[in-house]
Design a protein around this ligand. Structure first.
Ligand SMILES: Nc1ncnc2c1ncn2[C@@H]1O[C@H](COP(=O)(O)OP(=O)(O)OP(=O)(O)O)[C@@H](O)[C@H]1O
Ligand SMILES: [Mg+2]
Length: 252
């Protein structure tokens, strides 16, 4: 297993409130890692630290290293825009731009100069929508607004948009919690497909989902990483009582 992202002693404060305490974790390439833990334990905060989205929160102060492919993304000479391109993010609420389906996917690759307008761009839009498992549903209405799709379709459109810039890592913050069971199943199947090409880190409150799709699971509690292991070990034979209490629903 190759380590794609190495997090080393990460601490984060919002003002004086410390939200992450000394998090060290190795995230593996071509695997899905699930982050679990009670509301407010820091899962989203941790996820956002992996692509410097917390830079956008004025009160946030961060310490420690996040090393992606051997380079610390918090180094002074790092270009934050390129970090967010390499480490894409999918949110809980599907959030297509108020543009056409086509433009939702084409916008960032055109902006980053990955493709030029024309057939190259058309091909990238098609292949991204195919990879996101939504091509068949939208191929005849690429000029319709992204927001005219159903929630589950919008989420797959957002995944297509993320893939289109050819990232290395895909972060997902509760990507299915706003979706019905069928759309959820589609996204889960898609994640299993995508992990062949990407490192995926996902947050979920759904223990069955973590058990179904994640290779590794990290249990957070009050801003600390309590236990991290292969998913089966976490669910069948956790080392710590705190972990067992959480996954069996005794707290959280
Ligand atoms: N932008 C912010 N400004 C100040 N405090 C914040 C901010 N975002 C999160 N926090 C605080 O940081 C802590 C961790 O929040 P975070 O959103 O990371 O939790 P979470 O595990 O993702 O919870 P949930 O499961 O409810 O999404 C909480 O105490 C929260 O109030
Ligand atoms: Mg959250």
């Amino acid at each position: 297993m190759d380590v794609k992202v190495k997090v080393d002693k990460l601490n984060l404060w919002y003002g004086t409130n410390q939200a992450l305490h000394d998090i060290s974790i190795d995230l593996y390439d071509n695997k899905i890692t699930a982050l679990i833990g009670a509301s407010g334990c820091g899962k989203s905060t941790f996820l956002r630290s992996l692509n410097r989205m917390n830079d956008l929160v004025e009160s946030a102060k961060i310490q420690g290293n996040v090393i992606v492919d051997g380079k610390n993304i918090y180094d002074k000479d790092i270009d934050v825009v390129s970090v967010r391109k390499r480490i894409g993010m999918v949110f809980q609420q599907p959030n297509p731009f108020p543009k056409s389906i086509y433009e939702n996917v084409a916008y960032a690759p055109l902006k980053h100069g990955i493709v030029k307008k024309g057939s190259d761009c058309d091909e990238l839009v098609e292949s991204s929508l195919k990879s996101a498992g939504i091509w068949e549903e939208v191929k005849d209405k690429l000029q319709a607004p992204g927001t005219s799709l159903s929630g589950g379709q919008q989420q797959r459109l957002c995944i297509a948009r993320t893939i289109a810039v050819k990232p290395d890592v895909i972060l997902m913050d509760e990507p299915t919690s706003a979706l019905d069971p069928i759309s959820t199943e589609k996204i889960e199947a898609l994640m299993l497909e995508l992990k062949k090409s990407y490192t995926i880190v996902t947050v979920t409150h759904n223990m069955q989902q973590a058990a179904r799709i994640a290779d590794h699971t990290a249990f957070f509690h009050l801003g600390e990483l309590v236990e991290y292991d292969e998913t089966e070990k976490i669910f069948v034979n956790p080392k710590l009582k705190k972990t067992e209490d959480y996954i069996t629903g005794r707290f959280g």
